[in-house]
Ligand binder design. Structure first.
Ligand code: GLN
Length: 482
């Protein structure tokens, strides 16, 4: 479990002069250099700017001025979110030298709030993966057991929070990439409603599912960060909702009478420790005054995963077309020397610089969208997506929340699933549904399992109706205390 400051603790300490922004910032960089000496968590540091920012904040505090909640709070940003003047690789060799000319809106909002960006953190290449092993820069170990994966694709975002190499971090979640690593690393991961946070500046994987998410040490920090960055944005036509909402507002309502719907069969499909801790959690929820209700949740499981992988691969094949090494990104030596035709140039660069998983999905997506197969695959998957949405909406008409484990298994060993992509994809059985339906979901620790002397974490997932983050966060706030 993570240690170190939470947002409100650090804020109070800064405001009351118990510590100073330069001291905190320098301490974090010292720790990062020591504990992440091989750069598997942080790919790029933002030290100079961060130190200057902390010094300016210090002056402000010394002048006796009040600071806002997020000011001076050190944050790590997943390397698929564009950061002006700060290298952004998307975990890929093809963008190894790419420095964006603009900030993603979520990043810009944090900068405006005064948060201190410590650096950019590792992830699966273009966010395609569930274990962190698809990064071109190597996998970072799980902080709870270095032989195991941290979960992905926001692997560095989760490991950085769990090891207290930042106070909180930003990730992105297309099919579980915030919730799965949060679950594997023993922290809290929030994927808001599709559109709640602007996607502007998020390097697209599958645009109809991508969403910026938050990884934090507790639910309160997740809610505070969401309040700071959620807003409609004229640069993202799919963004919506209202700005400046207080997502902690409902915490004091407690959980009396609040119902969690759950599907017994889904829990039973999970590994023994995961199933056991999930059932214990539900019992505790009931004992604490909440209600639980058994339901059948169709379409969570193999159907949603199959549908998810067809839709994402299709969108990926189109989104990835822009990486042709001619407008930005890396050009290979072979291409410079040996390509006489435009197509050869692109093929040489993409062939060498994109990873295996990215290529697999481009091929799969191109196939699914090809004229002879469109109806059979992409068209069908869209129909299944409608059914997923509808089946969740029907449940939310009766009950405010759905509970599942976040992952059906404990964190697996590094290398264990790389040769079996389908097995890897099945890590997402419980998480992809929320993205397909566009609803908000959160993962928080519900227990531990001791395996070969290591204490691994087990995450529980809650989903709520679209735009009902208030109820989702309220339930998770009390849930994490159980
Ligand atoms: N593991 C999923 C995938 O590989 C989720 C990725 C994500 O949410 N970015 O597609």
């Amino acid at each position: 479990m993570s240690s170190g400051y939470t947002i409100s603790q650090l804020h109070d300490n800064l405001q009351q002069g118990k510590t100073s922004a330069p001291k905190v910032t320098e301490e974090y960089f010292r720790k990062i250099k020591k504990e992440d000496w091989n750069h598997k968590i942080y790919l790029t540091l933002n030290e100079k700017v961060a130190v200057e920012q902390a010094a300016a904040l210090d002056k402000k505090i010394r002048r006796g001025e009040k600071i806002s909640l997020m000011e001076g709070i050190p944050v790590a940003v997943k390397d698929v979110l564009c950061t002006k003047g700060l290298r952004t690789t998307a975990g890929s060799k093809i963008l190894e030298n790419y420095t964006p000319a603009y900030d993603a809106t979520a990043v810009k909002k944090l900068r405006e709030e005064g948060s201190v960006i410590l650096g950019k953190v590792n992830c699966d290449e273009f966010a395609m993966g569930g274990s962190g092993e698809n990064s071109a820069y190597g996998v970072c170990p799980n902080p709870l057991d270095p032989q195991r994966v941290p979960g992905g694709s926001s692997s560095g975002s989760a490991a950085a929070v769990a090891k207290d190499l930042c106070v909180f971090s930003l990730g992105t979640d297309t099919g579980g990439s915030v919730r799965l690593p949060a679950s594997f690393c023993g922290i809290v991961g929030l994927k808001p409603t599709y559109g709640r946070i602007s996607r502007y500046g998020l390097i697209a994987m599958a645009s109809s599912l991508d969403q910026v998410g938050i990884l934090a040490k507790n639910v309160n920090d997740s809610a505070l960060t969401l309040s700071a960055i959620a807003a409609p944005d004229r640069y993202d036509g799919t963004s919506s909702g209202s700005a400046g909402k207080d997502f902690t507002r409902d915490f004091n309502k407690g959980i009396r009478g609040l119902t969690l719907a759950y599907d017994k069969d889904l829990i039973a499909q999970s590994e023994a420790e995961v199933a056991e801790k999930s059932l214990i959690f539900l019992e505790k929820w009931k004992d604490a005054g909440g209600k639980i209700q058994e339901v059948q949740i169709p379409f969570i499981g193999k159907e949603s995963v199959a549908c998810y992988y067809i839709i994402t691969a299709s969108e990926i094949s189109s989104n990835m077309a822009r990486y042709d090494s001619s407008r930005f990104g890396v050009t290979t030596r072979k291409a410079k020397k040996g390509a006489y035709r435009w197509h050869d140039y692109i093929a040489l660069c993409r062939g060498e610089l994109l990873g295996k998983e990215v290529k697999r999905r481009i091929l799969l997506g191109t196939f699914c969208l090809s004229s002879g197969y469109y109806d059979a695959y992409y068209g069908k998957a869209q129909q299944v997506r409608y059914c997923v949405r509808k089946s969740l909406a029907d449940i939310f008409k009766k009950y405010p929340l759905i509970f599942t484990p976040t992952s059906p298994t404990l964190p697996f060993k590094i290398g264990e699933r790389v040769s079996d992509p389908v097995k890897m994809y099945l890590a997402d059985v419980f998480t992809t549904t929320a993205n397909l339906a566009g609803v908000p979901a959160i993962s928080f620790p519900i227990g531990n399992a001791k395996i070969s002397g290591k204490k691994l974490s087990i995450g529980g997932q809650l989903m709520a109706a679209a735009w009902d983050e208030e109820t989702l966060l309220r339930a998770a706030y009390w849930g994490e205390k159980l």
